[in-house]
Design a protein around this ligand. Structure first.
Ligand code: IMP
Ligand code: MG
Length: 178
């Protein structure tokens, strides 16, 4: 594939904001009895999503980050997941919300959840902004999903292609051109 591409808008910034607000309402209701929810953002793709989501949550929250790597600069998952940056806090006995940008094959989320489960959180649920159901190769599922999308490579709202386009306010699909 060539290096030149354009980005076609797939989901507008307004539509994302409305969906984030709706997700936050559901999540706030679900964790209403939790004294302090640990919201874990998977770096780097979730950084804008988690920032918007936690500001809409009607709950006391603690924010932590974990960086797992599977892609490098490639468009395909390597299906091997490494922890590049671990959490700072403990999650044993805590209620945890894992915030992911995209669930594609599902390998990243599956491995991350397996690792976090060994630390015995009280409850652990997942909120993913985007989901590509047609690409799934594992049995992992997010309790909350912002949008199901087709098998397109997307960028924007924190999500990159080779570290570019994270700062786009909307979500767009990458289309290669001559
Ligand atoms: P999975 O392990 O195949 O589910 O891949 C999940 C990770 O791959 C996501 O957290 C993203 O960081 C990245 N990813 C998957 N699809 C895309 C995409 O369309 N654009 C950018 N990154 C993606
Ligand atoms: Mg990611």
């Amino acid at each position: 594939m060539g290096e030149n591409y354009v980005v076609d808008e797939l989901i507008s910034a307004k539509a994302v904001a409305a969906r984030v607000e709706a997700l936050a309402k559901e999540i706030s209701a679900y964790f209403r009895d939790t004294d302090k929810l640990v919201v874990i953002g998977l770096l780097r793709g979730s950084f804008i999503f988690i920032a918007d989501l936690v500001r809409e949550l009607d709950l006391p929250v603690e924010v932590d980050f974990l960086e797992a790597s599977s892609y490098g600069d490639a468009m395909e998952s390597s299906r091997e997941v490494r922890i590049l940056k671990d959490l700072r806090g403990e999650i044993a006995g805590r209620d945890v919300l894992v915030v992911e940008d995209i669930v594609d094959t599902g390998y990243t989320l599956k491995h991350v959840l397996e690792i976090l489960a060994t630390r015995h959180p009280r409850r652990m649920e997942v909120c993913a902004l985007l989901n590509k159901p047609s690409r799934r190769e594992t049995d992992v599922a997010a309790k909350w999903v912002g949008f199901d999308i087709p098998d397109e490579f997307v960028v924007g709202y924190g999500i990159d292609y080779a570290q570019r386009n994270r700062n786009l306010p909307h979500i767009g699909a990458v289309r290669f051109v001559e």
